[in-house]
Design a protein around this ligand. Sequence first.
Ligand SMILES: [Zn+2]
Length: 149
Amino acid sequence: MNTKKLSAGDIIEARCTRCRDILNHRIVAMVAEKVVRVECNTCGGVHNYYPPPSLKPVKTPGGSATTRKSTATPRAPKRDPQQSERDEWLSLRANMRLDRAIVYDMGGKFRADDLVDHPSFGLGVVKLIVPPSKMQVLFEDGIKLLRCK
Ligand SMILES: [Zn+2]
């Protein structure tokens, strides 16, 4: 909604009857708050003001022969098994201290809640140490089982 007050001499967008296009027009005459006559900046023609079609209910060219059904397919709230892990990762993401991230190394020693920087999975948080040599790490893609010391 354009709340800007217009006055004669202002430039507004209007439909030009001669150019058959939406062009800048200078307001020539106004009645109350309404623009009535405009001068086209392109062809110089003075004519009644026709608002750009977007302000009016748009008539579809070619009539109503093709009434398209709504393309909005109702998306079923599909929750894949990894979604909750992804959500958890996203919630943890805000508190991840990148300066504390430990570059992942198969021989590395990790503890629960450590931040791991993995070359292909990205940032992850150690969820669980699985003795003797594995750990569960929550990455953006979900939980992965990685080797560790
Ligand atoms: Zn014109």
